[in-house]
Design a binder for this molecule. Structure first.
Ligand code: 5GP
Ligand code: MG
Length: 491
C-alpha cells in the first residue's frame, strides 16, 4: 500500500498541516552502546518527524545503517539495535520537506569517497539544492534520492575529492549551501555538527555523565539520556569532535546574524526544550499573556486545544485572572496509528482525537486558546465540538499571527494554497468560517515582544512574507503562484 496515501488520509491530518521539521541526533562515545543512546535521543525528537527514521553507526571504518518508514518505536527493536555497533552514531527522524515519503529518502544517508565513508542527517531545507545538484551531476555524481541531504553529502564527497582535509572539505561544502541546515555527520573518526549562518533550525551540544559529546536538534533529547546542555551550535559553526572528545570549531571566526525560526517557539519545538536559557514553555506562556493583553475575552473558563495550545492558554488565563480548565481530553495514541478509520468513524472527525467534557462546557462562555491556525479545519471542528457540547459562547484566541506565507526553510511549502489566512480577506471572514463568536490572533509586534528579543533575531517569513535568506527565482514561483492571496488581513 502507498504509505503516502495512508498518511494523507490519516485521521491526524498529517497532510493537512505544514510538515514539521526533522530531528537529528549524534553521539561520539567509544565503549558505550551508541545506537541505544541514539534510539532514546530520537524518541525525544519524534515530534519533529513521524514519517521515517534511521540510525547509522561507525565502528572504525565499518558502517551499520538501519532506516525505515515508521515511528522510532516501530522501526527499532532489540534485535535491530544490537546489530548497530560502533563508537559514533547519527540518527534522524524525518518529516519530508523535499522528496516524497519513501525509503530512499529516509535518513541518515551514506556516501563514500575512495575509502572515506560518511553518514549525514539533516534538518532544514536548502534553497539552492537544484543548482548544487546540477553542479554535482555535471561532475559525474549520481543521485539515489530526491533529498537535499544527498546533495550535501555528495558536496562533501566532492570537496574531499579535491584533496582537501576533512575539516576544510566540510566547511567548503557547506559554504556552497544556502538555506536552513542543522546537520550531523559521522565519519570513522569524527562526529561533526554544522549549522547554517542564520541558525534557522535549532541544534545544540551536550555532554553525557561520562563526558562524551552529544549533538541534538533540541535539548529535550539531552535530558532523556541524562546529558547536560553545553551550548547551542552557533549559527555558521562547523564543529568536529574526535573520539578523544576534542572539539575543533570555526567558532572564533564567526560573526552572528541569526534568524531563528519563530515558529519553533510557537509550535514546533517541545515545550521542555530550551531556547537561550529558557524553556519553550516559558515563551509560549508569554505569548499567551501578550495575547490576553491584546485581546481579552469575558468568559467563565479559559481552555486549551491540547497539547500545543496549553502553555499559551495558561498564560492567557493567568494574565486575565480567569479560571483555566481542561475541557478537551486528548487521546494520545490514536494519532499515532497508520490504520485508516472506517467511513463511519471518519464522520466522527476530531472526536477520535479530542473528547469534550460536556459537564464542564455546557452553559458556559469559553475562551479556547490554540497556538496557530493553519488550514482552519481543526479549529472549525473544535468550535463545533464545543458548541455541540452546549457552550454558550466560544471565543477563539491564537498565540501567533495569521500564517500567510510559505516556508522555504524546512516546512512544506505546498500548503500555502491551503492557508486560510492567505485565502480569506479578513479575520472576520475567518471567524465566520471557524464558527466562533469571536476570533483574535496575536499581533506581529506582540509576538516579538513576548520573546523579549529583537525582531531581527527571528525569521518570521510565514507571518510577514519577509524572507531573510534570498529565495532563488525558480522557488519564488511557488511564492508568487499565490500572490493574489497576499493581502493584508484587515481587522
Ligand atoms: P487547523 O485549524 O489549521 O486545521 O489546525 C490548527 C492546529 O494545527 C493547531 O492546534 C496547531 O497546533 C496545529 N499545527 C500547527 N502547525 C502544525 C504542523 O506543522 N503540524 C501539525 N501536525 N499540526 C500543526
Ligand atoms: Mg495543536
Amino acid at each position: 500500500m502507498n504509505i503516502k496515501a495512508v498518511l494523507s488520509d490519516n485521521i491526524i491530518d498529517f497532510d493537512t498541516k505544514p510538515r514539521d521539521a526533522c530531528g537529528v541526533f549524534g553521539i561520539v562515545a567509544p565503549g558505550e552502546d551508541v545506537s541505544r543512546v541514539t534510539f532514546f535521543g530520537l524518541y525525544a525528537l519524534q515530534h519533529r518527524g513521524q514519517e521515517s527514521c534511521g540510525i547509522a553507526t561507525f565502528k572504525d571504518k565499518t558502517v551499520s545503517l538501519h532506516k525505515d518508514i515508521g515511528l522510532v518505536s516501530q522501526v527499532f527493536d532489540e534485535k535491530v539495535l544490537s546489530k548497530l555497533k560502533g563508537d559514533i552514531a547519527v540518527g534522524h527522524t524525518r518529516y519530508s520537506t523535499t522528496g516524497a515519503t519513501n525509503i530512499q529518502n529516509a535518513q541518515p544517508i551514506l556516501v563514500q569517497f575512495e575509502d572515506q565513508k560518511l553518514v549525514i542527517a539533516h534538518n532544514g531545507n536548502l534553497v539552492n539544492a537544484t543548482e548544487l545538484r546540477n553542479f554535482l551531476i555535471e561532475k559525474g555524481y549520481k543521485f539515489e534520492s530526491a533529498t537535499d541531504t544527498e546533495v550535501m553529502a555528495k558536496l562533501v564527497a566532492f570537496e574531499l575529492s579535491c584533496s582537501k582535509e576533512l575539516k576544510i572539505a566540510v566547511e567548503d561544502a557547506f559554504k556552497r549551501c544556502k538555506g536552513a541546515f542543522s546537520v550531523v555527520i559521522a565519519t570513522s573518526d569524527y562526529l561533526i555538527a554544522v549549522r547554517d549562518p542564520g541558525g534557522v533550525r535549532p541544534l545544540c551540544l551536550g555532554t553525557t555523565s561520562r563526558g562524551q559529546y552529544v549533538v541534538a536538534s533540541e535539548s529535550c533529547a539531552l535530558d532523556i539520556i541524562g546529558a547536560d546542555y553545553v551550548r547551542e551550535i552557533a549559527p555558521g559553526e562547523v564543529l568536529l569532535i574526535n573520539k578523544e572528545q576534542k572539539l575543533v570549531s570555526n567558532l572564533s571566526s564567526l560573526s552572528f546574524a541569526p534568524h531563528h525560526c519563530i515558529f519553533e517557539l510557537i509550535y514546533f519545538s517541545r515545550p521542555d526544550s530550551t531556547f537561550r536559557g529558557l524553556s519553550i514553555y516559558h515563551y509560549r506562556k508569554e505569548l499567551g499573556r501578550q495575547l490576553a493583553i491584546e485581546s481579552p475575552a469575558l468568559a467563565d473558563y479559559v481552555i486549551t486545544v491540547p497539547d500545543s495550545g496549553t502553555p499559551a492558554a495558561i498564560g492567557y488565563a493567568e494574565e486575565l485572572k480567569l479560571p483555566y480548565t481542561e475541557a478537551l481530553i486528548k487521546n494520545r495514541y490514536v494519532g499515532r496509528t497508520f490504520i485508516q478509520p472506517s467511513e463511519m468513524l471518519r464522520e466522527l472527525g476530531i472526536r477520535l482525537k479530542l473528547n469534550p467534557l460536556k459537564d464542564i462546557i455546557a452553559g458556559k462562555k469559553i475562551v479556547v486558546v490554540d497556538d496557530s491556525i493553519v488550514r482552519g479545519h481543526t479549529s472549525r471542528k473544535i468550535v463545533k465540538l464545543l458548541k455541540d457540547s452546549g457552550a454558550k459562547e466560544v471565543h477563539m484566541r491564537l498565540s501567533s499571527p495569521p500564517i500567510k506565507w510559505p516556508c522555504f526553510y524546512g516546512i512544506d511549502i505546498d500548503s500555502r494554497d491551503q492557508l486560510i489566512a492567505a485565502k480569506k480577506d479578513s479575520v472576520k471572514e475567518i471567524t465566520k468560517f471557524i464558527g466562533a463568536d469571536t476570533l483574535e490572533y496575536l499581533s506581529h509586534d506582540g509576538m516579538i515582544k513576548a520573546t523579549g528579543l529583537s525582531r531581527n533575531f527571528f525569521c518570521t517569513a510565514c507571518f510577514s512574507g519577509e524572507y531573510p535568506i534570498k529565495i532563488p527565482k525558480e522557488l519564488e514561483g511557488a511564492k508568487f503562484r499565490y500572490e493574489k492571496y497576499a493581502k493584508v488581513v484587515s481587522r
